[in-house]
Design a protein around this ligand. Structure first.
Ligand code: GDP
Ligand code: MG
Length: 177
């Protein structure tokens, strides 16, 4: 998980957005600390976590921002989006409503963020296949139409979390190089 003494070539700010309880904080905990908790408290206070990784022999510090329980419509402030070069738009595959709200989150993101921001749509809780309410095909189609990357993840089982972050960070890296 990175040598803290190493020199940093890039710092990329990435924001997590999406409805409450879709698993944003647990996705971040999995990526930044390889931790997961089943009874995670609602996030308090704007916070970010970092993890440094190597992409094409350069050290990239990912600074991942998590919402401060500001998930109500339009409650996320513009400061949250400022300087973000990547975004992870998260819904819960077992809660149709969280997917139906994605266009709204995307509008808000596009209204606040840089036009070149790299966005990945994430269907989290893929371990709950027996409770699935959003077909992967629907999300894939939406992502294609909107020009977003798309992956299903499980923060619980650690499925695709690393891949999701690497997809965004590598795309940003390629854009700035
Ligand atoms: P947030 O409000 O979007 O930050 O959501 P949290 O990260 O706090 O997660 C909400 C609830 O969903 C918590 O009880 C988590 O333990 C649970 N959760 C998060 N990710 C997963 C997952 O991948 N699978 C399952 N089964 N539960 C998850
Ligand atoms: Mg949270």
């Amino acid at each position: 998980y990175g040598d803290p003494s190493q020199k940093i070539d890039y710092v990329f700010k990435v924001v997590l957005i999406g409805d409450s309880a879709v698993g944003k904080s647990q996705i971040l905990a999995r990526f930044a600390r390889n931790e997961f908790s089943l009874d995670s408290k609602a996030t308090i206070g704007v916070e970010f976590q970092t993890r440094t990784l190597v992409i094409e022999h350069k050290s990239v510090k990912a600074q991942i921002w998590d919402t401060a329980g500001q998930e109500r419509y339009r409650a996320v402030t513009s400061a949250y989006y400022r300087g973000a070069v990547g975004a992870m738009l998260v819904y819960d595959i077992t809660k149709r409503q969280t997917f139906d709200h994605i266009p709204r989150w995307l509008d808000e993101l596009r209204g606040h963020a840089d036009k070149n921001i790299v966005i990945i749509l994430i269907g989290n809780k893929s371990d709950l296949e027996n409770q699935r309410a959003v077909p992967a095909e629907d999300a894939k189609e939406f992502a294609q139409k909107e020009g977003l990357f798309f992956l299903e993840t499980s923060a619980l089982e650690s499925t695709n979390v690393e891949t999701a972050f690497l997809t965004v960070l590598t795309e940003i890296f390629n854009f700035v190089n």
